[in-house]
Structure formats: structure tokens, C-alpha cells
Ligand binder design. Structure first.
Ligand SMILES: Cc1ncc(C[n+]2csc(CCOP(=O)(O)OP(=O)(O)O)c2C)c(N)n1
Ligand code: SF4
Length: 289
């Protein structure tokens, strides 16, 4: 006799650890949207790994029932890449903040993007270091007063979308944590995409960022036009830099199919196996004096 298994609901993906974020943190909205996306896709709890760096947002894996790895600050992408390369059958999703991703971890992003590494990267962008109490981050707006820039941030902010687009990410999207349904759809599309998917989610930190608040974003969030061609890199870059009608654009900026890192590595493995000269012992002998 076979028993039909009930489809999992969003609450079934919640771990027994309650989120430790401050009341009102934007990251709650991201978590809810991700749980709903998982339920909609019926993500397999036993074959999914969430990997994070360090930061408030990087606590994400604790709150979800899948496997999780909380790694060193800024090292989410190399660890996620290692997991995927070792166990390609697993769904690997990386989480973290703008500081973790684009400051200490910034050197990893171009390489994961250009290799089209088969992982999804969801970044919670609050334009600040939340966990360490509000220092300037790479996405802090020019001139913003933070705990490390009492006279205003002296540097231009980095544009995470343009950065990923430039280096070859094949799926690039942006959401806003208050627009839960949009975030849920973006997360679903990002997970289904083969190759490197980057989703930047604007996620306010009400405790330490008193400028980029929910009120600030209320009339500043726009949507990409329905007829935006997601295969057009130049159009995607234009929207990443200019926004839409004076507002910050949200939606899917870019979505193209290209061979992923795993596709390329499998191709190389096949070639190596087919080569008449392929004899591992002979290769090892060459290195032994
Ligand atoms: C090697 C190292 N350097 C610095 C730190 C301190 N540190 C922990 S989290 C963090 C920044 C977190 O900011 P972000 O990634 O934006 O995440 P948020 O807390 O805002 O979600 C820093 C600098 C650390 N843990 N390890
Ligand atoms: S400090 Fe900011 S980012 Fe961290 S949990 Fe609190 S509100 Fe969220």
C-alpha cells in the first residue's frame, strides 16, 4: 500500500530556532518569502544546503530546516561553490549581507559570476554593517553618516547589480523585502535558473540605518517595465544604474542561458577520459623524480 505524502507548506520549512533579528528588521520579510518559495517549489529539505557568511542576514540558515553552513565572514561563495562541485545533485543557496558579500567577500563575486557557478546567491542589502552596529558598508550612499563616518561616507557606493552583470552572472534580479510576493517570485526564478543567479534584496535595518528606512523606500521603489528584454545586457545595466522613472528598479534585470561551471567541468572530464593518453599513473610518474 502506498501512502500519498502531503505537500510541504511554508511553515514546514521553518526550523525550531526562532529568528533573532531585531523587531522590524527587513530580513523577516526575506525569510517569509523564501519559505513560501521553497514550499511552492517543494524544495527537498534533505537535498538542500543554505550557506552563509557572517552578519545578521547570514544567520538565515539557522532559521530554515534544510542543511546549513555558517562559514567565515566573506567566504560564503567559495564554500557554496565547494559544496556544489562536490555534490552537484544538491540545491545550494548562498545568503548574506552587503558587507559580507561585497566588502571582505568582494574578491570572490567576479569569479563565481564569470564561471557561471551553479548556485543562487541571495543578498540582503541594508547599506550598513548590521551585526557590528552600523559601520559603513560598500553600498552605503555617499555622504551618509554612520558610526565610522560621522562626517559622511567619503566613498561612492558600489552597485551590486551592475557588478554581477558586468562579470557575467546569467541571472540578476532585485527585490524589496516589504514586497514579499515579488521577492518570492524572484527567489523561485533564481533557484530554477541554471548557473549563477544573484538576487539583491533591499532589506532595511531599522536599528542602525536611520536613513534607508521603510519610510525612505515607500515612494522610491519601482518595477522594471513588463516589456523589459531580460536578454539585453545593456538595458539591464542601464536600469541597474539609472533605475526606472526616478525610482529604484526591482524585478528580473537579466536572465540568459549559458553553460554553467558544472557543464564546462563535465565537458573537460569527458575529454580527459576519452583521451588515449589519459593514464593517471603515468601523469603521477611525471611528477615523481
Ligand atoms: C574576518 C572578520 N572580520 C570582521 C568581522 C566582523 N564582522 C562581523 S559581521 C560584519 C559585517 C556584517 O555586515 P553585513 O554583511 O552587511 O551583514 P548584516 O549584519 O548587515 O546583515 C563584520 C565586519 C568578522 N566576523 N570576521
Ligand atoms: S541590527 Fe539591523 S540588520 Fe541586524 S537584526 Fe537588527 S535590524 Fe536587522
Amino acid at each position: 500500500m502506498t501512502t500519498a505524502t502531503e505537500p510541504l507548506k511554508a511553515k514546514d520549512y521553518k526550523s525550531e530556532i526562532p529568528p533573532t533579528w531585531c523587531p522590524g528588521c527587513g530580513d523577516y520579510g526575506v525569510l517569509n518569502a523564501v519559505l513560501k518559495a521553497f514550499a511552492d517549489l517543494q524544495i527537498d529539505i534533505n537535498n538542500t544546503v543554505l550557506v552563509s557568511g557572517i552578519g545578521c542576514s547570514s544567520r538565515f540558515p539557522y532559521f530554515v530546516k534544510t542543511y546549513g553552513m555558517h562559514t567565515a565572514h566573506g567566504r560564503v561563495l567559495p564554500v557554496a561553490t565547494g559544496v556544489k562541485m562536490a555534490r552537484p545533485e544538491l540545491e545550494v543557496i548562498a545568503f548574506g549581507g552587503d558587507g559580507d558579500g561585497f566588502s571582505i567577500g568582494g574578491g570572490h563575486v567576479p569569479h563565481v559570476a564569470r564561471k557561471n557557478t551553479d548556485i543562487t546567491y541571495i543578498m540582503m542589502d541594508n547599506s550598513i554593517y548590521g551585526l557590528t552596529k552600523g559601520q559603513m558598508s560598500p553600498t552605503t550612499p555617499l555622504g551618509m553618516v554612520t558610526s565610522t563616518t560621522p562626517y559622511g561616507a567619503p566613498d561612492n557606493p558600489l552597485n551590486p547589480l551592475a557588478f554581477c552583470l558586468t562579470y557575467g552572472a546569467t541571472f540578476v534580479a532585485q527585490g524589496y523585502s516589504s514586497k514579499s510576493k515579488v521577492v518570492e517570485d524572484l527567489v523561485k526564478r533564481a533557484i530554477k535558473h541554471k548557473g549563477f543567479s544573484f538576487v539583491n534584496i533591499i532589506s532595511p535595518c531599522p536599528t542602525f540605518n536611520k536613513v534607508n528606512t521603510f519610510d525612505f523606500y515607500k515612494d522610491r521603489i519601482g518595477e522594471l517595465p513588463a516589456d523589459h528584454n531580460t536578454k539585453d545586457l545593456n538595458a539591464a545595466l542601464k536600469y541597474a544604474f539609472e533605475g526606472i522613472d526616478g525610482k529604484i528598479a526591482t524585478g528580473v534585470f537579466y536572465d540568459v542561458d549559458k553553460p554553467s561551471l558544472l557543464d564546462r567541468l563535465n565537458g573537460i572530464k569527458d575529454k580527459a577520459k576519452a583521451s588515449v593518453d589519459y593514464d593517471i599513473n603515468k601523469i603521477i610518474d611525471d611528477f615523481i623524480p
